[in-house]
Write a protein that binds this ligand. Structure first.
Ligand code: CO
Length: 136
């Protein structure tokens, strides 16, 4: 049902302060930058092998990412899996009683379709499903 790990999501206070470490020290190619108004974040993607690191920063203090940073500080935020058919995957998980944050996909980074599973259903890991592989 799940493909590869599509990306690991890392919450940061400032993209401009966080990008240089990944780009210049770890030498990961920065391949995309996008403001996702609906999700209240600006995000970037770095290629790492066939997967990605997603850094994202809040657009304002009322966003869920700002609340996350207030509570936990910057760091690991979510894990995203590739799926071929996000509706079918959500239906299978719903039938299994999994607590879904999104019962329908929403638009994610680089035109992907995404949905989140509640961390209480996954051993404490906020989990994202991604259909439409964000590459290239
Ligand atoms: Co993500």
């Amino acid at each position: 049902m799940l493909g590869a790990i599509d990306h690991t999501g890392i919450a940061v206070a400032s993209l401009d302060e966080s990008i240089p470490f990944y780009r210049d020290v770890l030498k990961l190619p920065l391949v995309h930058r996008e403001t996702l108004t609906e999700q209240g974040v600006e995000a970037v993607l770095f290629d790492v092998g066939d997967s990605h690191i997603e850094l994202f920063a809040p657009l304002g203090p009322e966003t869920s990412t700002a609340r996350f940073l207030d509570k936990h500080g910057p760091g690991l935020h979510h894990l995203a899996y590739r799926v071929d058919d996000i509706e079918a995957t959500l239906a299978t998980l719903a039938a299994a009683g999994v607590w879904l944050i999104d019962t329908k996909p929403r638009v994610g980074i680089r035109g992907s379709r995404v949905a989140f599973l509640h961390p209480s259903a996954t051993g404490g890991v906020l989990t994202e499903l991604v259909e439409g592989r964000p590459s290239g």
